[in-house]
Design a protein around this ligand. Sequence first.
Ligand SMILES: Nc1nc2c(ncn2[C@@H]2O[C@H](COP(=O)(O)OP(=O)(O)OP(=O)(O)O)[C@@H](O)[C@H]2O)c(=O)[nH]1
Ligand SMILES: [Mg+2]
Length: 227
Amino acid sequence: MGSRSQPYVVIPAYNEAPVVSRVVAELGRAGYAAVVVDDGSRDATADAAHAAGAAVVSHPFNLGQGAALQTGIDYALARGAEVIVTFDADGQHRVSDISHLTEALLQERADFALGSRFLGQAPNLPPLRRALLHAATAFTRLTTGLQVTDTHNGLRAMTRRGAAAIRLRQNRMAHASEWLSQIAASGLRYVERPVTIEYTAYSLAKGQSIGDALLILLDLFARRLYR
Ligand SMILES: Nc1nc2c(ncn2[C@@H]2O[C@H](COP(=O)(O)OP(=O)(O)OP(=O)(O)O)[C@@H](O)[C@H]2O)c(=O)[nH]1
Ligand SMILES: [Mg+2]
């Protein structure tokens, strides 16, 4: 299942049975090994991912995207992966963007290559969602000092050393700023690269609601206030 130098793709998935097999199959055709972390899904996500050729690790109940990513990173590290990529299960990312990130790790001698839809493209991104994403990014820039442009992007590549410096503890969805503060604390080099995030009818119907996004922002502000 993939050599050590071949990127290992970690896919957090919560109730994504309608799309996860297409995502896994596409990654497989491009030659990537993938682990799907089934985050306590109540649908056939795990079976669909397995049938499409991914390794599957299942949480016994829903723990949230941060925990799912951490489980997948730990799995990939245990398999000896030298490069790890995180990739959403909902079909919003492009498989062809992965090599741009992994090449950036090599060329820039970086430990993290972060995808940015605001350097790249986000067709059909609703205006209110765009505004919230910009607000979250501005907040993260202020609190971490990292001059990033898209903090809530699920597409990232990292070296083994980078992955070992990440320990996501915030459950649910509030882990995006955690990534950035841990990257800042690690002192390791990071770069951003343009990627495309597609807002399909499926992802818009299923993805984060505006209410969820506001809750994440509030959560982050509260955390800063009480630290
Ligand atoms: N919503 C949600 N997603 C999870 C969870 N656990 C894992 N995931 C996966 O995390 C990935 C991102 O979730 P989304 O809800 O699409 O979040 P997002 O892409 O940041 O937000 P959108 O811009 O609305 O698509 C998907 O592959 C989900 O299946 C969970 O508990 N809740
Ligand atoms: Mg999504």
